[in-house]
Design a protein around this ligand. Sequence first.
Ligand SMILES: Nc1ncnc2c1ncn2[C@@H]1O[C@H](COP(=O)(O)OP(=O)(O)OP(=O)(O)O)[C@@H](O)[C@H]1O
Ligand SMILES: [Mg+2]
Length: 281
Amino acid sequence: MSSRHRAPLESRVYVLAAGEASDVELMPAGDVTDGVVRVGGTIRRPHQPQSLAVAAYLDWLEDAGFDGSPRFLGRDAEGRDVLTFLPGQCAGPVPEAWVRAEELLVSVAQLLRRLHGASAGFLPDGHPFPPRPVRQDPADLVCHLDVTPQNVVVRDGRAAGIVDFDLAGPTTAFKDSFNTAMHWVPLRDPADGWPGWEDADPFRRLRIFADAYGWDAGERRRLPAFGIEATALSYERMEHNARVLGGGWARMWDEGVGGMIRRRGAWLEANAGRLLDALSR
Ligand SMILES: Nc1ncnc2c1ncn2[C@@H]1O[C@H](COP(=O)(O)OP(=O)(O)OP(=O)(O)O)[C@@H](O)[C@H]1O
Ligand SMILES: [Mg+2]
């Protein structure tokens, strides 16, 4: 769909065309948003306060020629957001062994770099993103900020798409790329490691990510301290969301996500030298 044919975001309505597939499948549940379903070639998600800001960003990405994000098609008769379904495979809640492939890690970093290139110039004017909890990030670019294995669509062993733009908003490319590396390396205390990932080498994987994304020397030097600070802020935000928003946030908090984030921070501090070494060798 080209921008010429798109209705304004507020009045964009999606109606199934005659003969269009309408079989329904419940999608794997994430942590926060309940009730994500596929209907034929579309995804239906509950409408959220940030939905139109996200939709404007998705329109921008489409116009910029980025092919790795869903299109916002409008809202259906039930008021749900309708997005294009990106065919492929996403990781489950505990990422499977296939998610470890280094070629996949490389392609995630490259896809993220392309997303950042395509995002340049986008200004959320008509539909601002909601403010970040606790305090704002320094910001010069709208990015995704939740590029987890569950939110990347994989085809033929390579990252082909990124879904679930619920946390998108103004930040920096470095923050989004740190966050993505954190999820995909992953950067966490080995005590919190996923089954089947025990012998994955986080230092080697971080270097692979850095080379494929293209962090410069300055970014590599900043990485450990930046990660420690980002982890401390993410603890505060999780705690805030659990208290103020409840729902899935409170569930995650009760399940101990705060302790996991604290252990990540301690692991980053204890391994700052090794991380720097791996990035600069
Ligand atoms: N546009 C899409 N194309 C293909 N698959 C999708 C798409 N959107 C979502 N999915 C699939 O549905 C799953 C859940 O959807 P999504 O990530 O949007 O919500 P969620 O993770 O439940 O939300 P949250 O992260 O806010 O809790 C994804 O992990 C992915 O497997
Ligand atoms: Mg998700």
